[in-house]
Design a protein. Structure first.
Lengths: 287, 338, 572
């Protein structure tokens, strides 16, 4: 039976909702300059002005237009998400696949490192490192990637291990295929759904981490970030300004995260045939 | 024969107390030690400067500087510095927090119980509710209850934890004003006994609720999906053929088996749980490690950040270790592996 | 005690069971056999009330209709009055509970009993299936497959159920363990109604007294297990038994062409059946009972193709054939063995009408054969010993193959060419123009024989008389030709009268064997039984020679009092 999880999720309503949310955020990020008449670094003069035609979401404590900053914040989030997803997944596949294929001491070494890293409170490690090295966007991307790959490496390794034992790979070996052929024609294509699932997970974690770190005060001072906006807004909950400062920013962040979650959940269901199988049939009798 | 048996007894005991994962925990701990030791020393400038940062040194007297240099052998070789560092750690010395003007260990010990209370309770409550809902939902998969739960909990789980906290804070404390805005106790109230407990619970309610809401989704979905998979197994059919009532099948067979992956996942989730607690604490100004960290970052109190990292790592690793021991209690295949 | 009436189960649009009728008394054990997907397990599960999908009909057990029972009452019957042992031994036990606890649970869910008493009962039952107290405290992963199966049996028997259903109970066990478990089952099924679901015919034979063959959700044949295996009446049953090896099987294994399809109109098997007629695809055959055998087939089971009775022939005042009776069934191979001059070839030539007999009658497909007309020859064809002689050297391949068509006045060249290509393809020969134009001397012996077979097939016969068809060929070619003949039999349901003096060869290709001696059939029976227990001295001698034991002199047989021919009933 041929299963194509990537093709299948396009019919899932959950995936459609997720896609829609992500598309909205992406469009916001791409067309940010067109959707507003201010630059994110402009100071308008008035602080805490309520929403108006001039300022869709009002202005913040520095007198900057919140709507504009929200739009440019999407750029940061998506940039970090994309970069981390690529980098971290690359590391996961590299370590996981080589560990599974090479085996022996190398595999044990890699997996010990992976286990150790998984059990660390990564955010605090990142905070410490970023605090010493002075945070900047590329550093954050590198840091988040450096701490995101181990979980994926574990999954890739177990997948490759089970693939290695599959009959069609054994069959290819009986034709005298070398490992280069096996990896490129059997393992990589079979891994592609896993890899796309990993990328989504990594992207989600990256968006969350970047916002979280910024929320804690660890961020590139030159970059507009949703987390930093929420960090600043949280200090003014005694004013009504949270209604158009804190909440929309949080919602934008949540929409991005939920969009990715829905997509990856739908993909996971499509990859697990048992979860997918016709629901109604099983419950005909047991209710 | 007798000897052999004794041998295997020790072997089993050893296996039960020292799971294979212990090795990676030690590696993790070692990595944090080295990070704490090496990172400041890689920075340009003199070591004291690097360890304590610019802000701290402004507030420091010359005597204190001299004392610190002596204590950590900062004027000697790296090797001596490391020995001094390790000796210090063994004596529970995590350095000096210039911001609080107190030993880092003292500062952290004051905050740790609140974090443990928050995170521990959140873990227990979220796991209990998540497992029960997951079992019920997985058992009647495809029903409206199941679909409703899956959709709503997945939606909730998608929110970043600090935003859930912020929403709860805004709704219940800011708008409705029925819950305290911040802190773990009412200041200067002087409650005692039961009244004190109630006060603590009242302050705990919102942070706890937001943590539970966020953690719930993951545990629920995993339990539910495991349940669905398990219900297709042959031993469930055997149980049905025995004439077991639905409740036995749900809890005693499928439910008990679904605990295994949930336990593993919980163990792997503990670092996220603790960091989640840190965020929530900041939102609610709860006087735990999180708030401490927030202060430390703002004040660039490096020794405090390092101390927090170390203590949180130790806490997380111990929790992981306990989960591993629990897993072995739950799964006889690990306990009595041939 | 258990009676099932018109049980139908469907999943969505697919009907898995379509009208099962079954009656079982206490103490009876029924084996349900059939291919995967035939609905065996669904039938077992539906009795337990565990089948998914919607059910109609009636399952009456202990005077209650199980299909109408509310779930809770059904649950109380499960495990107490009826128990089932499932096929997947490795996964059938809960991995995180001690086995004694799992058995005790089976007791406590049905009775008010203290946990301690239940535990003691569980231990006793484990002991009775051969597992001691130490094993009782173990977890499933610590047991071997056979031990797990014992636990499952103990669990099924613990409440002394009236009905026991075993689903492929030995499928994953090795031979020795299987033997132990079968012994255990033999005592377990005593005094109960028992249903064994299996595709293992030897297991069915070992346990069951009744056997039902399930095909696409219907029972196609049911009867006493032993006689059903020895003498299957339904073509599907025969196919099943032919494809299942046992230690006395001598003929090469044969499969059943095609694959199981649900939801066919008419007889469910008609798509794969080689003796189907028009009605088979239109009407569902009713179950009919005949000599204690229930069979659902429009043709009443495997049809006799050619019946020969009282055939005698003299040649120059000598009997060449004396009072020969012989029946050939659809899709079977009958080997006719005997020494040279015993009358084998005369018999085959007489059937073909090359000799006129003095006395005797032929009945072909139920009609008496009065003259050999076109209709006869399109049903009965012959292949000869020496292909180079039987195919004229003047004819190329195409001419040879289309010769019978021409003789039967098939006028259109296109039709003849098409049919020729079709049959050449059947015998695995090329059909390109170059090959069609070759002459016999340009072909190898094996190829010419294939051409001869193709020629015989051109008219679409049901009976093929093969007179030493391979004796002129090399052994390696002979093997290929025999395989081809067996495959054709499998595909087209050809009956074959295989005339040979080579017993070893006959053993590999025939279902039944008839031994001719001096114009008489002295012994007839299932090939394996004739060869293992030859009754007639002449047969014994033939077998001994074939085995390389050259003890008796020819004369010794001559001197013996000629015994009566041993003509056993079919397959007995």
């Amino acid at each position: 039976m041929h299963i194509d999880p990537l093709g299948e999720i396009s019919h899932d309503p959950l995936a459609k909702i997720g896609m829609l949310m992500l598309a909205t955020v992406t469009l916001m990020a791409i067309f940010a300059p067109l959707l507003s008449s201010y630059s994110p670094h402009d100071y308008t003069g008035e602080i805490f002005s309520p929403p108006s035609m001039d300022h869709l979401l009002g202005t913040d404590s520095m007198g900057q237009d919140i709507w504009v900053r929200l739009l440019y914040g999407a750029r940061t989030s998506l940039l970090v998400a994309g970069a981390v997803a690529l980098l971290s997944t690359l590391l996961s596949v590299l370590v996981g696949a080589t560990a599974a294929l090479a085996g022996g001491l190398y595999e044990r070494f890699c997996m010990r490192i992976v286990d150790a890293m998984i059990s660390l409170p990564t955010i605090i490690v990142m905070i410490l490192v970023a605090a010493y090295l002075r945070p900047s966007l590329p550093l954050l991307i590198l840091l988040i990637s450096a701490f995101s790959w181990p979980g994926g490496a574990r999954i890739v390794r177990s997948q490759v291990l089970s693939l290695k034992e599959r009959m069609h790979i054994n069959a290819a070996r009986t034709f005298g295929a070398g490992w280069r052929h096996i990896v490129s024609t059997h393992i990589i294509p079979d891994l592609s759904p896993i890899i796309s699932a990993l990328m989504m997970q990594d992207a989600r974690r990256a968006v969350f981490m970047e916002a979280g770190l910024a929320f804690l005060g660890v961020s590139d001072p030159m970059v507009i970030s949703w987390g930093k906006m929420m960090h600043q807004a949280l200090a003014f909950t005694y004013l009504d300004v949270w209604q158009w400062w804190l909440v929309p920013t949080g919602l934008a962040l949540s929409a991005t995260l939920i969009g990715i979650s829905f997509l990856s959940c739908s993909l996971e269901t499509a990859m697990n045939p048992r979860l997918k199988k016709d629901h109604a049939r099983d419950n005909a009798r047991y209710g | 024969m007798e000897q052999k048996r004794e041998h295997s007894f020790w072997k089993i005991l050893g296996k039960n107390l020292f799971p294979a994962s212990l090795q990676s925990y030690l590696i993790a701990l070692g990595a944090i030690f080295s990070l704490n030791f090496i990172l400041p020393r890689l920075m340009p400038g003199d070591p004291l400067h690097a360890i304590y940062g610019d802000e701290a040194l402004v507030a420091m007297t010359d005597e204190m500087e001299a004392q610190l240099i002596r204590q950590f052998s900062l004027d000697k070789s790296w090797w001596d510095q490391m020995l001094a560092y390790i000796m210090g750690l063994l004596q529970g010395d995590l350095g000096f927090s210039y911001y609080y003007r107190e030993q880092v260990s003292q500062v952290i010990l004051g905050a740790l119980p609140w974090t443990l209370l928050l995170a521990g309770l959140a873990l227990v409550i979220a796991t209990a509710i998540g497992i029960i809902l997951g079992i019920e939902s997985g058992f009647c998969r495809g029903s409206s209850l199941d679909r409703g739960l899956v959709a709503s909990l997945m939606f909730l789980g998608g929110f970043p934890d600090f935003f859930i906290g912020i929403l709860l804070l805004l709704i219940f404390a800011v708008s409705l004003d029925i819950m305290p805005l911040s802190g773990a106790t009412s200041p200067y109230a002087g409650y005692e006994g039961l009244a004190y407990m109630l006060d603590v619970l009242k302050h705990l309610a919102l942070p706890l609720a937001s943590m539970v809401l966020v953690q719930l989704g993951g545990i629920f979905l995993l339990t539910r999906n495991t349940m669905v998979t398990l219900l297709g197994e042959s031993f469930i059919l055997t149980a049905r053929a025995k004439g077991c009532p639905e409740s036995y099948i749900k809890y005693s067979h499928a439910g008990r088996n679904s605990l295994l992956p949930v336990t593993t996942a919980t163990g792997m989730h503990i670092p996220h749980l603790i960091t989640g607690a840190l965020f929530i604490e900041i939102v609610f100004s709860y006087p735990g490690i999180g708030s401490l960290l927030n202060t430390a970052i703002a004040a660039r109190d490096y020794p405090l950040i390092q101390g927090i990292l170390l203590i949180v790592t130790v806490t997380v690793l111990s929790a992981n270790y306990l989960v591993d021991l629990l897993y072995m209690r739950l799964d006889p295949r690990v306990r009595y592996a041939h | 005690m258990l009676s099932i009436r018109d049980l139908k189960i469907s999943f969505g649009k697919t009907q898995i069971l379509s009208g099962i009728d079954l009656d079982l008394e206490k103490g009876e054990c029924l084996a349900l056999v059939g291919e995967s997907g035939a609905g065996k397990t669904t039938l077992g599960l539906s009795i337990m009330g565990l089948a998914r999908g919607s059910a109609t009909g009636e399952i009456s057990f202990q005077k209650k209709n199980l299909l109408a029972l509310p779930e809770d009452e059904l649950r109380q019957l499960r495990g107490r009055e009826m128990a089932m042992v499932f096929q997947n031994v490795e996964d059938a036990l809960d991995p995180v509970q001690r086995i004694a606890d799992q058995i005790a649970e089976a007791i406590t869910v049905h009775r008010c009993i203290s946990a301690k008493n239940a535990g003691d009962m569980a231990l006793r039952h484990l002991l009775s299936v051969g597992l001691n107290g130490e094993k009782a405290r173990l977890y499933p992963h610590q047991l071997s497959g056979g031990e797990k199966q014992r636990v499952l049996i103990a669990m099924a028997l613990v409440n002394d159920p009236d009905l026991l259903i075993l689903d492929e109970p030995t499928a994953s066990l090795d031979a020795l363990t299987k033997a132990d478990i079968i012994r255990l089952f033999r005592s377990a099924i005593l005094g109960r109604i028992c249903i064994v679901i299996t595709h293992d015919i030897s297991l069915a034979a070992a346990l069951a007294d009744k056997m039902a063959v399930l095909y696409a959700g219907r029972i196609v044949e049911m009867g006493r297990a032993e006689s059903l295996i020895r003498d299957p009446h339904h073509p599907y049953t025969r196919g099943l038994i032919r494809s299942y090896p046992d230690m006395t099987t001598t003929k090469d294994l044969q499969g059943i062409p095609g694959r199981l399809v649900h939801g066919l109109s008419g007889c469910p098997f008609h798509g794969r059946c080689t003796q189907r007629i028009d009605i088979c695809s239109r009407q569902i055959p009713k179950q009919r009972e005949l000599d204690g055998r229930i069979i659902a087939c429009h043709r009443g089971g495997i049809v006799p193709l050619l019946e020969i009775s009282g055939l005698s022939h003299t040649f120059q005042a000598n009997y060449v054939l004396r009072d020969v009776f012989l029946t050939l069934y659809e899709g079977e191979t009958l080997a006719l063995v005997g020494e040279s001059g015993s009358g084998k070839s005369t018999l085959s030539k007489t059937i073909m009408g090359l000799h006129e007999p003095d006395r005797g009658q032929f009945i072909l497909e139920g009609c008496s054969v009065i003259k050999r007309d076109a209709a006869f020859y399109s049903r009965v064809q012959m292949i000869f010993q020496n292909p180079k002689e039987s195919v004229s050297h003047r004819m190329n391949v195409l001419d040879a193959v289309q010769e019978p068509l021409l003789v039967q006045r098939e006028s259109s060249y296109e039709a003849r060419l098409g049919r020729a290509k079709e049959v050449l393809d059947l015998v695995e020969l090329p059909v390109d123009d170059d090959f069609l134009k070759r002459y016999p001397h340009q072909l190898s012996g094996g190829e010419v024989q294939r051409v001869a077979i193709a020629r015989a097939l051109a008219l679409g016969p049901k009976l093929l008389i093969a007179d030493e068809p391979t004796s002129a060929l090399d052994p390696s070619v002979q093997a290929k030709i025999l395989k081809l003949l067996m495959n054709l039999q499998e595909k087209m349901g050809l009956a074959m009268l295989f005339v040979t003096h080579d017993i070893a060869l006959a053993r590999k290709v025939s279902d039944r064997m008839a031994v001719m001696h001096k114009g008489r059939i002295v012994e007839e029976g299932a090939t394996n039984e004739v060869l293992i227990h030859p009754r007639h001295p002449y047969t014994r001698r033939l077998v001994d020679c074939a085995l390389g034991r050259y003890g008796m002199e020819n004369a010794e047989i001559e001197m013996m009092v000629e015994p009566e021919p041993v003509v056993l009933e079919k397959y007995c």
